[in-house]
Design a protein around this ligand. Structure first.
Ligand code: NCD
Ligand code: ZN
Ligand code: ZN
Ligand code: ZN
Length: 438
């Protein structure tokens, strides 16, 4: 066996989609080779055997929205550390947002991030290309070059910034339809969020924080749905955060508009009452909203109005978060805590099955991005990109212990029942019991 060939793996006692009695799953040459009681017959002598004790087996998770900070802010995250965080979180593919320094707005940068991801080898790293040069919202990038380069860029986004100019957005959508790529919009009308640091509502008013109204998000969602309709293009809404956005998505989908949307674990779980502490760790864009928003977002994810979960994993240095609330950088870690949160809110509550969770964390995001070998069903002949989840293995989040180079988790000290106990990427175990395997 050479270093390049994945080993033969036997996952003993796993429950695909958490359904039925435990079975054994044989992984060979990067593919699922057998599922069932006889899967482990005729094992080669050098096979790796992992007894998973009846844990839930799911397709590996796909994150449409991650910030890896390389190039430019390697003090807060790198492709390598972010890949390690992804592996620990059960992810086998992540999309790395374009707001690096320099930004991923040309083929040289997107191909370089792609190559670093390949050499790290812990999960598929797909660089997102910028929609506009320098994320300035003015001049379109050479999307075609990035799409046809080595990285085969599939998603374009100025995330961090909104493509606010309707004419620029219209052209980007028209161009994207021709190229068969996807525009992902950070929906924030900048004229409505000048100086805003918190959700506009009673909490921000009481705390004396400048408000970010729901309308700043919803007006862009409505506009872009209409622009996508007329351009015959697809559009994807990043980090949907409000009840009104859910209503607009419902409307747009009912019209037959090709619109998809993601929600983050933090917008599902947390609301703006967290801001009472004035702790900068809770500052994020879009801001934490009110509890009725979190409920509407959960319901929309269950019903499919919101397509998938994306982490918006946004590492920041301690000095950028541990300061006055309004001076803190927006963003929070997400890769290593996504599964436990979604499981707690939706599976443990009985609103979703594990199969539903696989849909929102793997199958749908893979479809939205057009990935062929991710989010596949668990059956013989399919690529072995898998996540193994122990639904009852309580653990407490400690930011410093996360694989991420940064520690800005809003879940510090919180205990979750479910945890990822194994990740298989292209037939190789990339994490086991929290340990990242090279
Ligand atoms: C993101 C970041 O830090 O890059 N911050 C955030 O608050 N979500 C940018 C973004 O997703 O808009
Ligand atoms: Zn954003
Ligand atoms: Zn983001
Ligand atoms: Zn860490």
């Amino acid at each position: 066996m050479t270093a390049l060939e994945p080993p033969t793996l036997l996952l003993r006692r796993v429950r695909p989609y958490g359904e039925g009695d435990p079975v054994d799953v044989l992984v060979r040459d990067g593919l699922i080779a057998a599922v069932g009681p006889d899967a482990g017959d005729d094992l080669p002598g050098d096979a790796e055997i992992h007894d998973m004790g009846g844990a839930v087996l799911l397709p590996g998770f796909v994150d449409l929205h991650t910030h890896l900070r390389e190039p430019g802010r390697e003090d807060t995250e790198t492709v390598a550390t972010g890949s390690a965080a992804a592996a620990r979180g059960g992810y086998t593919a992540v999309f790395a947002m374009a707001n690096t320094q320099p930004p991923q707005d040309n083929q040289t940068v997107t191909d370089s991030v792609w190559r670093i991801g390949r050499s790290v080898g812990l999960c598929d790293i797909h660089p997102v290309g910028a929609v506009t040069v320098g994320l300035k919202g003015e001049q379109l990038t050479e999307m075609g070059q990035m799409a046809s380069g080595e990285a085969r860029v599939k998603i374009f986004s100025d995330d961090g910034m909104c493509v606010y100019d309707p004419l620029v957005m219209r052209r980007a959508l028209e161009y994207s339809a021709g190229l068969g790529v996807l525009i992902a919009q950070h929906a924030e009308e900048p004229r409505l969020t000048k100086g805003a640091v918190a959700h506009e509502g009673p909490t921000a008013a009481r705390l004396g924080l400048t408000g970010w109204p729901r309308s700043a998000e919803e007006s862009i969602v409505a506009r872009d749905a209409i622009l996508a309709r007329d351009a015959g293009a697809r559009v994807h809404i990043c980090h949907a955060s409000t009840t009104g956005t859910v209503e607009l998505l419902k409307w747009a989908k009912a019209q037959g508009i090709s619109i998809t949307a993601e929600v983050t674990p933090h917008h599902l779980l947390l609301d703006d009452t967290r801001l009472e502490s004035y702790d900068g760790v809770y500052r994020v864009n879009p801001p934490l909203r009110e509890s009725h928003d979190t409920l509407a977002l959960r319901e929309a994810l269950v019903s499919g109005v919101i397509d998938c979960v994306a982490t918006d994993h946004a590492p920041h240095a301690a000095q950028e978060k541990c300061c006055e609330f309004a001076a803190a950088r927006p963003g929070m870690l997400g890769l290593e805590t996504a599964l436990p949160i979604v499981a707690a809110l939706l599976v443990e509550s009985g609103e979703m099955s594990w199969r539903d969770l696989a849909r929102v964390m793997s199958t749908r995001p893979a479809e939205i991005a057009g990935l062929q070998d991710q989010g596949r069903p668990i059956r013989v002949g399919e690529p072995a990109n898998l996540a193994v989840v122990d639904p009852d293995s309580p653990w407490t989040v400690v930011g410093e212990e996360l694989a991420s180079l940064s520690a800005n988790t809003p879940y510090e000290g919180m205990t979750f029942a479910a945890r990822v106990v194994g990740t298989v990427y292209r037939g190789r175990m990339t994490s086991r019991d929290g340990e990242v395997l090279a």
